[in-house]
Design a protein around this ligand. Structure first.
Ligand SMILES: [Zn+2]
Length: 247
């Protein structure tokens, strides 16, 4: 299990995802500048968030001032309540989470949801495993939203948040940190979530191409290891080769 922050650039860290498949943990990005801390994604549960908070303590970073949600999928937002900080996200992410927050989260509710929607069983079981205890669970709905783009200025770091949407989640944003030459792309180029995925759905090559930019050296996605720009570009190339090979 990952316990420590990994530094990916000056002032930029990652609490890396545990890649055990049924854990469905996302990467949590950590930006530390001028005594402030901003997180990119919240983790998949209050328990995950508490581990992130311990890792912040270990580098003497302050508790977060903001948490940026890259999109509304549960594994990126269910830890949000644990930090005591407001969340920033796309306006559609807020609408989705308002709706999700109104549901009666409990083990019983999860069981009923599985009955209503068997295609979501894997996801719902993963939620149940991640959260464990629903009694004090609540979804932290974003207090601050953007429609297309916004900037957050820390001492010496700019966070350039842009809505990119895409097939994986219509409310996806990417976060560029130009001074650190790092871009957080999260899941925006992934295929649609499992229960909505068709056999022909692959990585979003046009999205990958649109995010390639000489100004960024480190590409951090929602669940994998950080990549160089060339490695990120290669994802689209491999996808194109696979598609040609399968015809
Ligand atoms: Zn996602």
């Amino acid at each position: 299990m990952a316990e420590a922050l990994v530094q990916v650039a000056p002032q930029v860290y990652l609490y890396p995802a545990d890649d055990t498949p049924d854990r469905v943990q996302p990467n949590v990005g950590v930006l530390v500048a001028g005594g402030k801390t901003v997180l990119i994604d919240a983790g998949n549960s209050p328990r995950h968030a508490r581990r992130v908070a311990l890792a912040l303590d270990a580098i003497q970073a302050n508790p977060p001032t903001y948490v940026i949600y890259t999109h509304s999928h549960w594994d990126h937002v269910f830890g949000g309540q644990a930090y005591g900080a407001p969340a920033i996200a796309h306006e559609q992410c807020r609408r989705t989470l308002m709706e999700m927050a109104s549901r009666p989260w409990s083990n019983l509710y999860i069981q009923e949801e599985i009955q209503r929607n068997p295609a979501r069983e894997t996801t719902l079981r993963a939620m149940q495993k991640a959260v464990e205890e629903w009694r004090h669970f609540r979804i932290l709905v974003p207090e601050i939203t953007l429609s297309k783009r916004m900037h957050v200025f820390l001492d010496g770091l700019t966070l350039d948040i842009e809505h990119v949407g895409g097939a994986h989640a219509a409310d996806s944003v990417v976060v560029r940190v130009p001074e650190a030459r790092v871009i957080f792309v999260s899941d925006c180029y992934y295929p649609p979530p499992m229960h909505l995925r068709k056999p022909e759905d692959g990585l979003d090559k046009a999205m990958i191409d649109s995010l390639l930019d000489d100004a960024y050296d480190v590409y951090i996605d929602g669940h994998g290891k950080p990549r160089t720009r060339d490695e990120f570009a290669a994802l689209a190339e491999n996808e194109r080769m696979q598609m040609n090979g399968s015809r």
